[in-house]
Design a protein around this ligand. Structure first.
Ligand SMILES: CSCCC(=O)C(=O)COP(=O)(O)O
Ligand SMILES: [Zn+2]
Length: 220
């Protein structure tokens, strides 16, 4: 039987291992300037509800398989290569996304300059997005859509951010699978690692458009 690098064997049982997908995505995002230094964190959920997430403080341009921690859906550490490793400081955000959105299998968070700039375009907690064709890739099928991305305050206490996400999305689910932390970066979630990568590219394209549209005085 051939075991490819996507499939690792533990306890004599085979399970899909998403860590190579997370490394590939981080490498790409690093090259695009969205995961500079240690910025950002990526996770992917397993069938048992636990998820692999990047360890805190790792350079995202050179992640290794050993730079991930498997966390239970209750936040407990289940697996790590070394006891010194800590899960991402923003693990609670991934945890709340997986609790809220049962279809979510991957959750990606990056820091781009454009995301930081557009997060200041409004003072309120919803940022209007231009009615671009690219929104279709995020599930918005309407003609000339009126679409918003929710903005959350960037508290030092990440648990407080996670609580605010939970409380707000429980009542007002977002139109697109994305949220923006003001002066910080975007988080997306999707039903696969591949789709989460596409969603990051799509939202970052839209943010770039918004910054350029502002520079050349285009209204939308
Ligand atoms: C320079 S990055 C500051 C922390 C942060 O926002 C981030 O995304 C990375 O934190 P982590 O603990 O996941 O490495
Ligand atoms: Zn961050």
């Amino acid at each position: 039987m051939r075991i490819d690098r996507q499939v690792l064997s533990t306890n004599n049982s085979l399970k899909l291992d998403p860590r190579s997908d997370l490394i590939a995505a981080a490498t790409q995002f690093y090259k695009q300037g969205w995961m500079v230094g240690t910025a950002g964190n990526l996770s992917a959920r397993l069938p048992d509800g636990s998820f692999w997430i990047t360890a805190s403080g790792k350079s995202k341009g050179e992640l290794q398989i050993s730079d991930f921690i498997r966390v239970g859906n209750d936040g407990k550490i289940l697996e790590r290569s070394h006891s010194d490793l800590k899960p991402s400081a923003e693990t609670e955000i991934h945890q709340v996304i997986y609790q809220l959105f049962l279809e979510a299998e991957a959750c990606y968070h990056v820091h781009s300059i454009e995301a930081n700039l557009v997060s200041r375009f409004v003072e309120g907690d919803n940022l209007p997005l231009p009615p671009l064709e690219m929104l279709k890739g995020l599930g918005i099928k309407a003609e000339n859509p009126s679409c918003f991305i929710p903005i959350f305050a960037n508290h030092l206490d990440v648990g407080k951010i996670a609580t605010e996400i939970c409380d707000r999305f429980y009542i007002y689910p977002p139109q697109i699978p994305a949220l923006l932390l003001r002066d910080h970066g975007v988080t997306v979630w999707a039903n696969s690692t591949e789709t989460a990568r596409n969603y990051i590219e799509l939202v970052e394209y839209i943010f770039r458009y918004m910054v350029v549209a502002c520079q050349v005085n285009i209204q939308y």
